[in-house]
Design a protein around this ligand. Sequence first.
Ligand code: NI
Length: 188
Amino acid sequence: MAIRTIITLPDKRLRQRAEPVAQVDAEVRALMDDLLETMYAAPGIGLAATQIAVPKRVMVLDVAKREDENAGPNPMVFVNPEILWSSEETAAREEGCLSIPEFFEEVVRPVSVHVGYLDREGKRQELEAEGILARCLQHELDHLNGVLFIDHISRLKRDRVLKKFNKAGKRENEERKPGRHDIETERA
Ligand code: NI
């Protein structure tokens, strides 16, 4: 296991569409382990392989602590995930992203989704999710398609954040320290 570097805006690799995994082998399981270790270290509640510049359809989540602060860890791994169904009912909630540090905005998404995927053993599974889990699944699945949560907000707000990060990207060797808000709000 290893903590990998999380890429941030304006890195163009965040906009790549990730490739399906042909077989869940030892290499893919090692990638899952790295993703989980990197996510917990960040800390975050979800991480897609795209965010560590690996263009494969693999993502991890752990929303247990967000649902119940006394809960123990509940790492979840998803290979080749796809949304099979999403509810017509939507809700707005503030989101953050480890690849867009220190930016938070409300995003409207379906409240519930059904997701199909391969598990750690390569076995096909289906999951019905709602609330924070459903939101996080959609956020991470977007990453695998090169989509960021800022794509779901108003153009005015998106342009503002893109401009800020394009400027920051030009400054070299800049250390980014997480702010207080960063740690207290879920990021994925
Ligand atoms: Ni994200």
